[in-house]
Structures are given as structure tokens and as C-alpha cells.
Write a protein that binds this ligand. Structure first.
Ligand code: ADP
Ligand code: MG
Length: 209
């Protein structure tokens, strides 16, 4: 039996974990999943490679409702990370039928992404610049959004994405869960959390910055 059965996860998610050979949660998953699944805002810091993606993927997939529209948005610093995160979410969602996960980033014509939004992904993963463009053109409508993830927040700030994140957040429903993950925890990340999270549960596993 998988250790993940300690949480109220849908059987489809437990089956997908078993199918990937994932049986024991990593320390950041162990420390954050209860709060994530309870719908709380979570600020999670743990070093690279510690399994932060699966922690928020299980959270946003657990909150999906049978309604149309984009329900979860994950912001990442680079196209490579956006693709990796989208793949990880798809693997975790492998047993959920008809769930579409799209990745959007620059370097691809905007029109290609606008057209793919016609297929109504429930989960969007993207870089802040392109996601903002898609919201501003009206192609991406965030009214049904219930989960926002700021992934690799330290790197997004290093890359100057704060203004785009701010502009995106202004368009999102205020009533939402906001999850923030970072490999390091400098003051700028704390400030970002203060700006966009409500009473987050802070899980700092090896912060040295
Ligand atoms: P981070 O975002 O913290 O840098 P990732 O989420 O990319 O790290 O995870 C790193 C690797 O660990 C990935 O290949 C992922 O599939 C794997 N992984 C995540 N959770 C588990 C787990 N509970 N057991 C085994 N491997 C895991
Ligand atoms: Mg990561």
C-alpha cells in the first residue's frame, strides 16, 4: 500500500502514482500535502529535485471540478520548466479522463496558443509573459480559476517577471488557493508571498538564503 493513502486523494491519483512507481512521499510532499489538500495557501521551500512539482500537482488536480474553463494556472520561469511541469501534471492526471493540460510560452506564435485554447484546457502551465498576453487578448479567461501556483518563484523574480505576475494576479478571482514554491528563500520571495498569498502555511525545509 502506498504511503500516499494517508491523504484523501482520489483513487485515480493514487493509481497514477502507483503506475509511476511512486510510493513514498518526499519530505516536502510529506510536510505540505495536508495543507495543500485542505485548500490553504502554502509557501514551500525545498532544494531543487525535492519533488515540489508533484506536491502542487496533486493539489490542483484534487480541486478540479466538472466545469469548463481554466481552473489551475502554474507560472514557471522558462519554457523548459513549463514543459517539464506540464508533463509531470499529465503523468499525475493519467487516470483522469479528458483532462487537458496546456503549456504556453514565448517563441511560438501567439495565434497557435490562441487556437489551442479553443480546446479548453483545465490546467495551464506557462511563463508569465505569454500567459499575460493570452489573458490580455481575451483568449485565456481566468474566471473559473481556483488554483494559482507560482513555481520556482526565486528564478521568476531573478528573471524580472514580477510586473507580469502582478498584472496576471489582478485579473484572477480573489477567492483562490495560491501555492508558492521556491528552491531558495530570499527576502524578495517573502515579499512576493506577502503580496499574493493569504496567511500561507510556511514550510521551509532547508532555507539558507
Ligand atoms: P523540484 O521541483 O523540487 O526541483 P521535481 O518536482 O522536478 O523537483 O522532482 C524531481 C524528481 O523527483 C522528478 O523526476 C520526480 O518525478 C521525482 N519525484 C517526485 N516525487 C517523488 C516521490 N514521491 N518518489 C519518487 N520520485 C519522486
Ligand atoms: Mg520545481
Amino acid at each position: 500500500m502506498s504511503d500516499f493513502t494517508q491523504w484523501p486523494l482520489r483513487p485515480e491519483l493514487l493509481e497514477a502514482l502507483a503506475g509511476q512507481g511512486i510510493s513514498a512521499p518526499t519530505p516536502i510532499q510529506q510536510a505540505s500535502l495536508a495543507d495543500i489538500l485542505a485548500g490553504r495557501d502554502v509557501l514551500g521551500q525545498a532544494k531543487t529535485g525535492s519533488g515540489k512539482t508533484l506536491a502542487f500537482a496533486l493539489g490542483l488536480l484534487s480541486r478540479l471540478q466538472p466545469v469548463p474553463g481554466v481552473q489551475a494556472l502554474v507560472l514557471c520561469p522558462t519554457r523548459e520548466l513549463a514543459d517539464q511541469v506540464a508533463q509531470a501534471v499529465r503523468r499525475a492526471a493519467a487516470r483522469l479522463p479528458n483532462l487537458k493540460v496546456s503549456a504556453f510560452y514565448g517563441g511560438i506564435p501567439l495565434r497557435v496558443h490562441v487556437e489551442s485554447l479553443v480546446h479548453e484546457p483545465a490546467v495551464v502551465v506557462g511563463t508569465p509573459g505569454r500567459v499575460l498576453e493570452l489573458i490580455e487578448t481575451g483568449a485565456l479567461k481566468p474566471d473559473a480559476l481556483n488554483t494559482l501556483v507560482l513555481d520556482e518563484a526565486d528564478r521568476m523574480l531573478d528573471m524580472g517577471f514580477e510586473p507580469a505576475i502582478q498584472a496576471i494576479c489582478k485579473t484572477l478571482p480573489a477567492r483562490r488557493q495560491t501555492l508558492l514554491f521556491s528552491a531558495t528563500f530570499p527576502e524578495a520571495v517573502r515579499a512576493l508571498s506577502k503580496g499574493y498569498q493569504r496567511e500561507p502555511s510556511e514550510i521551509l525545509l532547508d532555507a539558507d538564503t
